[in-house]
Write a protein that binds this ligand. Structure first.
Ligand SMILES: [Mn+2]
Length: 352
């Protein structure tokens, strides 16, 4: 069995490798680090297998080797939480020990940037893993975690496919620089680092992350909450963006076509799709850290992923910012289910 569409850049049989990255250090709310496990527990692996994919996933060991923030106290219990923070587990692997050590290191702000060393260390590891998976001709599916991880995912994709374009689905542009950011939360900055904008050549990121994306290779869909400096950055760099205004004006079908015409006019370049679930309306995906009203409908969100699957050009996918700890269980399971269905649609699930 193979997926309904041919994924032109991937080896056969079509193989997806899940990078579950339980990371919340790029923003202030705990819980977004629980999303990879929640999405996998909801049956994502079987769902992708049933679509015709070979699925690789390394589970908890893989998780523990990524330096991540401990789960919040209400999940683990306060005592365990203390223990996680204080003690390096006795029988942990060298990588897990290193991860725990990284978490224990003090990480004071650099300029306005919060947790810069932790975010950098995690993204560097993600970049390497995504690059290795792509290098095998497989599709890396990164389950965040917060959107700062895209520094890792996109740079990893670019290491294998230097001409890949980036389609960024989000309520926010995530293009603040370390100089323009108000909050200092790095999940609002990944795109500026990928582009190498002024102010992004700062340690520790500059030790491993080189600018790898041209403004002409990037397009946004779904924007509706943009900071003033970000608006200036988009304009000055001539970056194409389809806000909710354009979605209303043209309809989602035309918007996706225009977005592809901009970054991929001949439909011959690899596509990295980075999907922040806060692009969807809060009625559709309520359990996310920075919801903004007036977002994509359920169908508009799925249309985007279906249309990109149909091109056969997808080589890397991020599903970001599901946060299973924010709301009641029905809102949480609704958001997790949407994360799974967007993934299936991007990997070739069709309605008929
Ligand atoms: Mn985002």
């Amino acid at each position: 069995m193979s997926p309904g569409y041919e994924f032109k850049f991937l080896s056969k049989p079509a193989t997806v490798a899940i990078v579950g990255c339980p990371f919340s250090g790029g923003q202030g709310k705990a819980g977004v680090d629980l999303a990879p496990n929640a999405l996998v527990s909801a049956g994502l692996i079987d769902q992708l297998f049933n679509l015709g994919w070979e699925v690789h996933y390394e589970s908890e060991l893989h998780f523990s080797e990524i330096p991540y923030n401990p789960a919040p106290p209400h999940v683990l219990g306060a005592a365990i939480h203390e223990q996680v923070e204080v003690n390096v587990p006795v029988n942990s692997s060298p990588q897990a020990k290193k991860a725990t050590m990284i978490q224990k290191l003090p990480d004071p702000d650099i300029g306005k940037m919060k947790k810069p060393r932790l975010v950098s260390a995690v993204c560097e590891k993600v970049s390497k893993e995504v690059g290795e998976i792509a290098g095998k001709g497989w599709l890396p599916l990164t389950l965040g975690g917060d959107h700062s991880l895209a520094m890792g995912t996109v740079s990893g994709t670019k290491s294998k496919y230097p001409d890949a374009c980036l389609i960024w689905i989000d309520a926010h542009a995530d293009i603040n620089t370390p100089e323009t950011t108000d909050s200092g939360n790095l999940h609002g900055c990944p795109v500026s680092f990928l582009l190498g904008l002024t102010g992004t050549a700062v340690e520790p990121f500059s030790t491993w992350l080189k600018p790898c994306l041209k403004p002409s290779e990037l397009v946004y869909i779904g924007l509706r909450d943009i900071d003033a400096p970000e608006r200036a950055i988009l304009r000055e760099n001539g970056i194409k963006a389809f806000s909710m205004h354009e979605v209303d004006k043209y309809g989602i079908g035309k918007v996706v076509e225009m977005a592809l015409d901009h970054v991929n006019p001949k439909r011959d370049k690899p596509v990295h799709l980075s999907f922040d679930v806060d692009a969807l309306d809060p009625d559709v995906a309520p359990s996310t850290g920075t919801p903004v009203r007036g977002g994509l409908t359920f169908r508009e969100g799925h249309y985007i992923t279906e249309a990109i699957a149909e091109t056969g050009l997808l080589v890397s996918l991020d599903i970001m910012e599901v946060n299973p700890s924010l709301l009641d269980s029905s809102a949480v399971s609704q958001t997790i289910a949407v994360g799974c269905s967007l993934t299936r649609a991007a990997l070739g699930e069709t309605l008929l």
